[in-house]
Design a protein around this ligand. Structure first.
Ligand code: ACO
Length: 402
């Protein structure tokens, strides 16, 4: 080893870095972020170029294998995903065990966790073929599981995947189609969702990805690691922010407070009110993904004829924030999820599904990072130290003496 780690080990000292604001847990070749300049690159490619020219399936390949695919590689990759979209019939019955109003996030992580009971032939993290198989199973089945969780919460019948369709189209059809009728996927909606998935596909060592790596560092299988990542994503300070933003906008729309009163509450830190969808641990400049989402929000709402009040409230909040000293001093800018909820809503998804959509987008990143970790000979089990602040040694007291 080299550097401060081995020095500290020898001296018996530990660093205390709550929230890991300044501690790297690994080396990685997947994603590069420069938070001060607002730069994001997957495997070296700027996010703006991928957003404009690539597709989600191609980006998934890029993240997992490190290079853009050739036409033949891309065809084989999507073909293999298409062959794995079905769920085991018994796994389908698994959805019946949840209450009807179950939130789809825990349903998603439970079903992913259950995959390791159905696919015991692909659990060995050190067998490359098994890892490939688990990779395809996850990429193919997560959209099916997500659509089932959505249908279930509406009390609607489940639709089998239609494998003539691509991943995003198939997911939209399973989410919104009707078994008794043909369902035409709207190309503008599919394109917008594909773009949002690209923008969410990886973001280096964020909370959920670090969770996936940490669980995997104990050599737990890929399904178990991703299931844990989905739980980590569900919190409102992480992926859950996208639904929290919409709840916040809805709250402002229906309350007596105007936008300025709400912002005063945020700045006074009233009852911990935060401007959801603002701020980021790494970006201290405009989140490049937020800029791309904002552009899409405008276009897609125009196209779907659903330009709504929520977008106006969001734009007003942003305008105030970008000109206010509180936000300027703290370098708080919109993050990727400030505008995504408005788009998901216009597409017809209920608020509860927003974080599930984030998970679908983030999946290739989790897989790529888990595979990178397993393949890295420098990987050790993740085991942070602590600084003990509890009681010094004391003697046990019998019950009648306390
Ligand atoms: N609204 C109001 N004030 C904020 C916000 C916000 N959204 N975010 C940070 N601040 C303030 C804090 O109160 C703090 O102020 P202080 O210095 O006066 O105490 C200062 O800015 C620094 O904030 P921290 O919480 O220390 O920053 P941290 O890097 O730990 O948090 C986080 C980053 C969690 C994203 C935070 O900005 C936040 O809670 N944002 C709202 C939730 C959100 O949108 N999360 C999504 C993140 S992106 C993602 O996962 C896709």
């Amino acid at each position: 080893g080299f550097g401060i780690g081995s020095l500290l080990k020898e001296t018996g000292l530990v660093t205390l870095d709550s929230g890991f604001t300044n501690t790297a847990s690994c080396t990685s070749s997947v994603t590069y972020i420069d938070g001060d300049q607002g730069i994001l690159r997957y495997r070296g490619y700027p996010i703006e170029q991928l957003a404009e020219k690539s597709t989600f399936i191609e980006v998934a390949y890029l993240l997992i294998y490190g290079e853009l695919p050739t036409a033949t590689q891309l065809e084989a990759f999507s073909g293999r995903i298409q062959r794995h979209t079905l769920l085991h019939e018994d796994l389908k019955r698994f959805f019946d065990g949840f209450p009807r109003d179950a939130h789809p996030m825990p349903v998603l992580s439970s079903a992913v966790s259950a995959l390791s009971t159905f696919y015991q032939d692909s659990l060995n993290p050190f067998d490359d073929e098994q890892v490939e198989l688990s990779t395809f199973r996850l990429l193919a089945k997560l959209p099916t599981i997500a659509a089932y969780a959505h249908r279930k919460s509406l009390g609607q019948p489940l639709l089998y995947p239609d494998n003539r369709l691509g991943l995003v189209e198939n997911f939209l059809r399973m989410s919104f189609g009707n078994p008794a009728e043909d369902y035409e996927v709207d190309p503008a909606t599919a394109k917008a969702l594909d773009l949002l998935f690209i923008l969410h596909a990886d973001h280096e060592q964020n909370c959920s990805t670090s969770t996936v790596r940490l669980v995997g560092s104990g050599q737990a299988n890929l399904f178990a690691s991703v299931s844990a990542g989905i739980h980590a994503l569900s919190g409102p300070l992480h992926g859950g922010a996208n639904s929290a933003v919409l709840d916040m906008l809805e709250g402002i729309r229906t309350s007596d407070d105007d936008v300025d009163t709400f912002m005063t509450k945020v700045k006074n830190k009233e009852k911990g009110v935060r401007l959801m969808g603002f701020g980021h641990r790494v970006y201290k400049n405009y989140d490049p993904r937020a800029a791309l989402v904002k552009k899409t929000a405008d276009q897609i709402l125009e196209k779907l004829g659903k330009r709504d009040e929520m977008l106006d409230i969001a734009m007003r909040l942003e305008e105030i924030a970008l000109n206010d000293d509180y936000f300027i001093e703290r370098k708080l800018y919109p993050n990727v999820d400030f505008y995504t909820g408005i788009i998901y809503k216009a597409m017809g998804f209920p608020t509860k599904m927003f974080t599930v959509l984030f998970a679908l987008g983030r999946l290739p990143g989790w897989i790529a990072q888990w595979r990178e970790m397993i393949a890295d000979p420098a990987t050790k089990i993740g085991r942070p130290r602590q600084v003990y602040v509890g009681s010094p040694e004391r003697d046990y007291l019998a019950l009648d003496q306390r």
